[in-house]
Design a protein around this ligand. Sequence first.
Ligand code: GLU
Length: 507
Amino acid sequence: MSKKIRVRFAPSPTGGLHLGGVRTVLYNYLFARQHLGDFILRIEDTDQSRFVPGAEEYIMDCLRWCGLEPDESPLTGGNYGPYRQSERKANYRAYAEKLVADGHAYYAFDTPEELEKMREDFRTTENPSPQYDHRLRQQMKNSLRLSKDEVAKLLSDGVPHVIRIKMPADQTLRFTDLIRGEVEFNTGHVDDKVLLKQDGMPTYHLAVVVDDYLMQITHAFRGEEWLPSAPVHVLLWDYLGWKDSMPQWAHLPLILKPDGNGKLSKRDGDRLGFPVFAMNWTDPKTGETTTGFRERGFLPEAFVNMLAMLGWNDGTGKEIFSLEELVQAFSLERVHKGGAKFDFEKAKWFNHEWIKAATPDRLLPDVKAVLSQQGFEANDDDYTKKVIALVKDRCTFTTDFAEQAGFFFKTPAAPDMQAVAGKWTAEKTHFFNELMNKLPASKDAAAVEQIFKDLATAHNIKVGELQLPFRLMLVGGKFGPAVFEIAAMLGAEETGKRIRQGLQALA
Ligand code: GLU
């Protein structure tokens, strides 16, 4: 029997969840669902200096909003827990010590000052930023250079130390990446990364390998920015004797700025006016809040659809996919190698398509939230759903419902009739006065239209000249769906009230 597919998303809780992060979640999720596997959320919080309170909850809320919930996580638990690396601290030292015993790693006792001095002393034009590596390790204070006794003494004296991997000076490593194919590295360029820190916490490099092994991860998908770390990980899998269990890697392409090259950043979003986070994020250090896709008025269905297409397509030109359809259609083979440019106009297009296609029932909770935030009272769900059906095609964002639907819930304050005042006549006033009394009790747009047209003929005024003033009276602006639909929805009484108000403004 082949192994059960297990994938993981392994964020560090250092801030808000970026587009790229959610896309990594999505590809993990799709792959797991498609193969009836498990999708695991593991919090990589071993770097306590970068820990940001609230970030973990934020990440989980994001996944919930997107509908991409993990099967195992710090919140849900599972058979491979704990799912926070800080709670797994006791696991790691033994593996690091084993690497030392086997000659693949060593103790390093250098102080921060000594490391700084190394960077100063060995700087040359050929080597402008010297690293702790095979060229310099013999000059440093570590168990490779010191005698056995000296090392034993330092250890028993409790002198602070780290454990570093001993990267081979010149070895070619190859592995197959599911997206990039055969990848090759020379170990000579990689420094002797710290595996275990002074405080006994592992670094990312050790923890990711140990936990992917212990959690029986079969496939590891992560951003391309991790590719340079892959040789360290491949070696660790080998040195720890787990080569045959190593997950298959897939390094996902970067999400690029819309205007030029380079990785998309929060700054690009601020500069060009679009969100890069899934949801609002308030940085607890600066107190600064950044708008996310959710708050901007995206539907999660549209957000997920848009993200899926940032670097993947099914080859048929189809663009609108539900999550279920994505689970069926997704394939790693069709993920592009090159970076995907983020286009906010395209993101808006996806959202508009999803709003147009959504049923009023689906939109109801979102629209009610938007309306209530803007001070509109939408208490009658049947009425609200009819309004949604009338205006949804005009909304790109759910937040647009405030403007597009607000006038169905609140009489516009003193309408601006400026646009029609110049051509106003006493006859038109008569027309509207009469219309008020003739409006049908039934909420039937065709009936309103018929009465309106008959009356226009009777007053010898062109219908076209009466529709704009009617709209201004009802809506308070030059927008909205068909004016007879609006009048029918508002009902005779409210329509009459708005006509009276409009006539007053004209008088
Ligand atoms: N903790 C890493 C991050 O923050 C995870 C990288 C990986 O998936 O291996 O992105």
